[in-house]
Design a protein around this ligand. Sequence first.
Ligand code: 9Z3
Length: 311
Amino acid sequence: MSHWEEFYATHLPPTDFEDNRILLKEFCERHKKAGERIVLITSGGTTVPLEHNTVRFVDNFSAGTRGAASAEYFLEHGYVVIFMHRLKSLEPFTRHFSGQKFMDMLELHDQGPNTSITVKPDSVDVLAPVLASYKHAQEGGRVLYVTFTTVSDYFWLLRAACECLAIFETKALLFLAAAVSDFYVPSNEMPTHKIQSGAGAPTIQLQLVPKLLAPLVNLWVPHAFVVSFKLETDESILIVKARDSLNKYKHKLVIGNMLQTRRQKVVFVTKDTSFEVSLTREQMLNGMEIEDSIVTNVITNHTEFLKTHQY
Ligand code: 9Z3
C-alpha cells in the first residue's frame, strides 16, 4: 500500500464529510451541464491536533488572503469556484469588511425609536462593487464554500473534491494555495485525552504527511490543469524546489513565493521557463493586489493549455 492509501485506510473522514460530498457533486454536475470552466481553490492553513479530544494543536501562519482574493478574481474572469478553506480563515468578499473595518464604514443616527444605520458616503465606493460581485456570485450559485480544519479533514475533502471535478477534464483548474502541514501525528499515535503536564515535558514525534500531488495528478484529475504553490523563507532554494516539484509530480505550474515578500512578488515556474510576477511600489500604494496578476497569468496558461488539449 502506498503512503497516501495507508493514510486513508487509517484516518476516519470528518463528521461533515458526506454532506460536503453531496454538495460538491451537485455543484459540479450543475456547472458541467452549463459548460463552465471551474477552479478549485484551497486556502488557509491546516491544524495538526496533538490529542483526539483536541486541546492543543500545531498551526501555521496562513490567514487565507491569497486564496480569498484569488477567488474574487477567478469569478470576475467567469470561472465557477469551489472555495475549499480553513474554517474561520478569510473568505472572498467578506474579507474587505473584517473586524473594525466594517464598523468604521457605518454611521449611527441615534434618534430614539427612529434610530437608523447608514453606510458612510466615502465607504459606498468600497462597498458597492464588492457587494455587486458578491450578489452576482451568490445569486448565480457560482461559488461553493467547503471547510476543513485539520490536515486530515483537508486530505479527505481534497480527494472528494477532485473526484467530483474529474468530469470537467481539461476545463478544471486546481489552484492549491493552502498552507498544508508537511508533518502530523498519525491517528493511532495520538493520545485520546489532554496531554498532562504532571508527567513532565512531552516528546512529540511528528511524521511526514503523504504527498497528495502524486495521486491527484495521476489518478484523481489526470486531465486537469494543476497549479501548486511553493513557499520558502530562503530565496536561494525557491526556484530549485519549485522545479523539483514539477519534475516529480509532472503537473503544469508551480508558483513560488517567499514568506516575507509574498504580497509583492511571486515566481511562475513551468517545465522550461520561470518568470517573476510582481507589483511596483506605486501599484501597491494604489491598493492593487498581486492576486489580480497571478490569476490573469494563470488563466492565460489555462487557456493556452485548453487550445492544445481539447477533446
Ligand atoms: C502558498 O505558498 C501561499 O501563497 C501562501 C499564502 C500560504 C504563502 P496567505 O494565506 O499566504 O495569503 O497569508 N501556499 C502553499 C504553501 C505550501 O505549504 N506549499 C507546500 C510546500 O511548499 C506544498 S503544496 O511544500
